[in-house]
Structures are given as C-alpha cells and as structure tokens.
Design a protein around this ligand. Structure first.
Ligand code: NAD
Length: 294
C-alpha cells in the first residue's frame, strides 16, 4: 500500500508537486492557509485538513513547501503545528528553502516526538515542478532517504543525498548563488545588447549556443523576449535566499563579494516595489540604470 502523504504549502511549487503525487496514486492530505489551491487539490482527489496538526495526525509521510524559515518553524513547532499531531515514526521532508541551522533545530525538536526529518530543498523552478523533473538536494539519515526516494522520484529527476540534516539546505544555498549571479549577468548582457541596438531574439540564440548558454537563459528566454516578468520565482524569495546565503557565509568565514553586490541589486528591486516580479526581472533595474527602460 502506498503511504499516506500530507502536503502543506500549495503555492507556485507545492501545487504541481502535490498534483504529481496524486497522479502517482499516493493518498494525499493537503493544507494551506489560502483556500483556492486546497479546493483545487480536493477536486483532484485529495483530502483536506484544517491545520498542520491535523495533517500530521492523518499521514505517514509529511512534506512542507513553505516560503521561509519562520514559516517552517511555525508550521512544525507552533500552536496547531506538526509537533502536536505527529505520531512516532512519522517521516518528514521539508522541501522549502530555509536556513540549514533552522532545519537542524526543527529536526531536533521533532525527534523528541519520534519524527525523523530530512531537509530536501529543490531547484528547477516552476517549470521543473510542473514537469516533475526537479533537482532535490537532501540532508538527513540514509534510511529515511531510502524510504522516501520513490516519493522524491515522482517530483524530481536528480535526487542527491549530501549528508546529515542541513546539508540539503547548504547545497541549495550554493545553487542560489549561481542562479542569482547568472541572472544579474544576463541582465547586464541583455541591457548592453539593447543599447547597442541588437535584436534580442538573435542575441539570445547566439548566446545560448556558446559557453554563455545556461538553464537560466533557456527558462527565462520568453520573459526577456516579452519584457514581462511574472513569477516564476519571486524576487522577494530570492532576496530571502541571498540573506540566508550571506548569514551562512559569515558563520563559515567565506567572503562572497560577487553575491553581496547581487544582493544589493535585489534589495534595490524591492525598494522600487518589484519584489513580486520573477527574479529574471532584475534586468528591469539594469535597464533603468542604463536609461534603457521600455
Ligand atoms: P509561494 O509563496 O508560491 O507558496 C508558499 C505557500 O505556502 C503559499 O501557498 C502559502 O499560502 C503557504 N503558506 C505559507 N505559510 C503558511 C502557513 N503558516 N500555513 C499554511 N500554508 C502556508 O512560494 P513558492 O514559490 O512555492 O516557494 C516555496 C519554497 O520553495 C520557498 O522556500 C522557495 O524559496 C522555494 N523554491 C521556489 C522555487 C520557485 O521557482 N518558485 C524554486 C525552487 C525553490
């Protein structure tokens, strides 16, 4: 019998991930503080629960896909949280991008209730979630990883266990350095191209075929061509990740000069009220600076 899976956090990423689990035949119990995606999953065959506690009480495997560390702490350990409903033996994978230190803290608190936790953040964007091809970066016990691997395979393609709890998070932070810097570089390159009078479509095609080609370029190509930056992955969330990155870097004694500059670009975007744009929208700031806005 397939394990009953609880799923909390049905946003841009969680919604398609939960749909994949349902389609794969797992009984699903879902919860979100927003009603619409809950109704949608219910129509597709999921059961619903009114609180994280009730989800935890109803499942054998629990997944969360929430914005940030305080959200995971609240859902896991707060009033009406997972800790109140979990039975010993519950397996819990937090797939959000949060502080690895907070993952370890939540894991310790839940272990006292007999819950075994993995941190399993993902990369691949909304498209990766919809196509079920995410890269899933996992930290935690090998035995729990082995048990959950078939479930991860429903949502992802590259699934890697990197070490103990928290190591998934550190890997995701490394990933987010590369994506943020890559998008800032694309923004500068395309703004230069714009002021030089280059055709953007031809420019993107030429770049994609050489060493400058990247998944970022491929996935964001349509945004750059349309000049519209609907999320996707919000600037606000990537700014959150940049904060987690700098926090970890300070703790570990790693200077990250390039990332620090990109963090300031994302900060400026938020000041301009563009935190809700897709992170590829960092180009709008570079275009402003160059006097090349549409
Ligand atoms: P989102 O804001 O679209 O979704 C988050 C969901 O969590 C929302 O539906 C929200 O209502 C729900 N939620 C928040 N607090 C809650 C609470 N206390 N109780 C119940 N539900 C609650 O965010 P997203 O884009 O789906 O991202 C989720 C996580 O995945 C983030 O950590 C993000 O950094 C990471 N991530 C996102 C992408 C992407 O492309 N969007 C890619 C990789 C990783």
């Amino acid at each position: 019998m397939a394990q009953v899976i609880g799923f909390i956090g049905l946003g841009i990423m969680g919604r398609p991930m939960a749909h994949h689990l349902l389609k794969a035949g797992y009984p699903l119990v879902v919860h979100d503080r927003v009603r619409d995606p809950v109704d949608e999953l219910q129509k597709a065959g999921a059961r619903t629960a009114g609180s994280p506690r009730d989800v935890a009480a109803a499942c054998e495997v629990l997944i969360t896909m929430l914005p940030n560390s305080p959200d995971v702490e609240l859902v896991a350990l707060g009033p009406g949280g997972i800790v109140e409903g979990a039975r010993p033996g519950l397996l819990y994978a937090d797939m959000s991008t949060i502080s690895p230190i907070v993952s370890q803290k939540v894991g310790q608190a839940l272990a006292a209730k007999g819950v075994r936790m993995l941190d399993a953040p993902v990369s691949g964007g909304e498209k990766g979630a919809i196509d079920g091809v995410l890269s899933i970066m996992v930290g935690g016990e090998q035995a729990v990883f082995d048990t959950l691997l078939p479930i991860f395979k429903v949502m992802g393609k590259t699934i890697t266990r990197l070490g103990p709890l928290g190591f998934g998070g550190f890997t995701k932070l490394a990933n987010q350095i590369i994506v943020a810097v890559n998008l800032a570089a694309l923004a500068e390159a395309l703004t230069l191209g714009k002021k030089a009078g280059l055709d953007r479509e031809l420019l993107l095609t030429a770049l994609a075929g050489g060493l400058a080609g990247s998944k970022c370029l491929e996935q964001k190509r349509s945004n750059y061509l349309a000049g519209t930056y609907n999320p996707g992955f919000k600037v606000d969330l990537h700014y959150k990740d940049l904060g987690l990155i700098m926090e970890s870097a300070r703790e570990l004694g790693v200077p990250l000069p390039t990332t620090a500059v990109v963090q300031e670009l994302f900060s400026a975007l938020r000041v301009k009220g563009r935190g809700g744009l897709d992170h590829s929208g960092v180009i709008t700031l570079l275009e402003d600076l160059a006097g090349a806005s549409p």
